[in-house]
Design a protein around this ligand. Structure first.
Ligand SMILES: *Cc1c(COP(=O)(O)O)cnc(C)c1O
Length: 402
């Protein structure tokens, strides 16, 4: 049977149909190839494959058909030429650093990136002589001012965790390219269902597949979406020598998860929006952070950049006249929950609630936390697929006591 022209099909269709490699049995669902080695058709062919002169799998550290299917489907959704996958989101960020940077290079990074990313750039890469400057994510002048002649990479995340700050990807691309640097965007929160950074100019799109791509809280995975040239020349060599390989089983789970990414993101974003509106009018709540609300500082930019939806993560400050009281009130809300999960993960069909000040941002000093805008009364809700009324009722249990 002839193959369709994948580029002409809609993204919903691509999410379900791209990169189905059928074996001789004609299975309809994607096959899971659990093998670490491959039998070569001849010694000559084996030699050519190892030399990179002929297509063909050699050893699973460098490639596996199920893993390839995941990479091709994600690249289609992100509108990039190619993708390379890794064992986790952090492994993708590590691979990016190892592939693109060397001692003496400089990175400009948003100060509100995921906590482990800040540690990777600011501490781990610093050990190998990579310099970095952290800037306020939404302040384009600060990004510009941080540039140096040796700046090779700008790294942003939008919306950010937990305060959902949004930055202008197209404007950051301009700043990066004028300086001869690349722009990488961590698209974990929005996913390609809502936002495609490459279409706005970003050179690299980073994913934690652990979150919404899997979408059901089962396995860890990561990926970099970018040009075929960057994959072939910068990242595959790192994968071969460092081995941050995605396991075929995990690739298969995430591949199947992506089939429902669009409808999950829409359904979860709608619930998050309704929850944000309800929280904003609640007497126990001091402030709500959600890109879909007109009160959000970058609301218009977010709506332009994120397909008109705000994403599935809502954060809010409970009332409390002192940090101690705010913390007590936040803990009361979390400890009164009977249904929702007290968990620092996100991107699950089950709604997850967390207290950032004592978990993801717990290692910071109070002053650093204040600078990051993470107060003691802040609660982050990664909204899942439960009925909205049940989510509200579970939060109301503790909120009504404030
Ligand atoms: C979770 C997360 C990561 C790290 O991904 P892992 O799969 O947990 O290694 C990176 N960036 C963002 C925004 C995340 O939420």
């Amino acid at each position: 049977m002839a193959q369709p022209n994948w580029n002409l099909l809609h993204r919903d269709t691509q999410a379900v149909r791209v990169a189905v490699e059928r074996s001789q049995y004609g299975e309809n669902s994607e096959a899971l190839y659990l093998t670490s080695g491959y039998v070569q058709p001849s010694a000559e062919a084996g030699a050519r494959r190892f030399a990179g002169e002929e297509e063909g799998y050699t050893y699973a550290r460098a490639g596996n058909p199920t893993v390839t299917s995941f990479e091709q489907r994600l690249a289609a959704l992100e509108a990039t030429e190619a993708a390379v996958s890794t064992s986790s989101g952090m492994a993708a960020l590590l691979m990016m650093c190892m592939g693109l940077l060397k001692a003496g290079d400089h990175v400009v990074c948003s100060q509100s990136m995921f906590g482990s990313t800040i540690k990777l750039i600011g501490s781990d890469m610093a050990k190998f002589g990579v310099e970095s400057t952290f800037v306020s994510q939404t302040d384009l002048a600060a990004w510009q001012a941080a540039l140096r002649p040796n700046t090779k990479l700008l790294l942003a995340e939008t919306p950010t965790n937990p305060l959902t700050e949004v930055c202008d990807i197209a404007a950051l691309t301009e700043i990066a390219h004028q300086a001869g640097a690349l722009l990488a965007v961590d698209n974990c929160f929005a996913t390609p269902a809502l936002q495609r950074p490459a279409e706005l100019g970003a050179d690299l799109v980073i994913h934690s597949g652990t979150k919404y791509l899997d979408g059901q809280g089962r396995v860890m995975a990561g990926a970099i979406c970018c040009s075929q040239q960057l994959v072939d020349e910068k990242f595959i060599p790192v994968l071969k020598s460092c081995g941050m390989t995605l396991a075929p089983f995990n690739a298969w789970v995430v591949l199947k998860g992506m089939e429902t990414l669009d409808i999950r993101m829409r359904a979860q974003s709608e619930r998050a929006h309704q929850l944000a509106l309800w929280l904003e009018s609640h007497p126990g709540v001091a402030r709500v952070y959600y890109p879909g609300l007109p009160s959000h500082p970058q609301h218009e930019l977010a709506m332009r950049q994120m397909s008109g939806l705000g994403g599935a993560v809502v954060a809010f400050d409970v009332k409390g006249d002192s940090p101690e009281l705010a913390r007590t009130n936040a803990f009361q809300v979390l400890d009164s929950m009977q249904l929702l999960s007290l968990s620092t993960n996100l991107g699950d069909t089950k709604t997850l609630c967390a207290h950032p000040a004592s978990t993801s941002h717990g290692r910071l000093s109070e002053a650093q936390r204040q600078a990051a805008g993470v107060g003691q009364g802040l609660i982050r809700v990664a909204v899942g697929l439960e009925h909205l009324d049940d989510i509200k009722a579970d939060l109301e249990r503790g909120l009504s006591l404030i």
